[in-house]
Design a protein around this ligand. Structure first.
Ligand code: CZF
Ligand code: MG
Length: 210
């Protein structure tokens, strides 16, 4: 099976990337498999900048094409916070439970109609010696009054996607992967790969991983 490096140490992202790339017979390897000591500073002010920083640093380090994801939650009534700081919202220890608790506290007196938010995901593909490609996907929704469900990761227990009455953590992984911000970003990467495929190159060859 072909392999593709995704420059992340977030196990929730790894699971979702693995599921989404398995249909191309591509096995996703993450920094959790390769080297947990690697730490890339996210110094960008946008999701796209951070995704590019992570993908390019690792493509240079490993000398092969690398994919990276920078994502987070934008809450309208908080002027887009926690945004690029979503992982570190309640502190550098990146505790999903504490982040969610802090968010619910910030929103405790905000009525349902003003709890609109979106998940944002930027996915970058960096290849040594070639220009980097980055695309954004979003998933609109609202923030629940209290956490519900145990699937997914991060803010999933408090995020209700548009058109649903359940939180993301009450959706199965198949359901989440059909509507998520990550799915929409990867779909655009796939569109780009299809253009390449139409020129006679396979998906895997585009990533140079076969
Ligand atoms: O409920 C959620 N469902 C999702 O689908 C999702 N995607 C992202 N997030 C949140 O946004 C942070 C990303 O920050 P982030 O892109 O810097 O990732 P990270 O630091 O966890 O890992 P890495 O990829 O940088 O190694 C994460 O920690 C999460 O809190 C999500 N929450
Ligand atoms: Mg990070």
């Amino acid at each position: 099976m072909k392999e593709l490096i995704v420059a992340t140490k977030n196990p929730g992202k790894v699971d979702e990337f693995r599921q989404m790339f398995s249909k191309y017979d591509i096995y996703v390897k993450s920094l959790l498999d390769i080297d947990r000591s690697i730490d890339i500073e996210e110094t960008g002010s946008t999701f796209e900048e951070n995704a590019v920083i992570k993908a390019e640093a690792m493509a240079e380090h490993f000398g092969v094409p690398v994919v990276a994801d920078d994502s987070g939650l934008e809450v309208d009534v908080l002027n887009g916070e926690p945004g690029v700081y979503s992982a570190r919202y309640a502190g550098i220890e990146k505790d999903d439970g504490k982040n969610t608790e802090k968010l619910l506290k910030e929103l405790y007196d905000v009525p349902e109609e003003k709890r609109t938010a979106r998940f944002v995901c930027a996915v970058a593909v960096a290849r040594p010696g070639e220009s980097t490609f980055v695309r954004r996907g979003t998933c609109e929704g609202t923030i629940a009054i209290e956490p519900q469900g145990t699937n997914g990761f991060g803010y999933d227990p408090v995020f209700i996607p548009e058109g649903s009455s359940r939180t993301m953590a009450e959706h199965s992984s198949e359901e989440k992967n059909a509507i998520s911000h990550r799915h929409h970003a990867i779909q655009q990467i796939e569109e780009w790969l299809k253009l390449k495929a139409n020129r006679g190159e396979s998906y895997a060859k585009s990533f140079n991983c076969e």
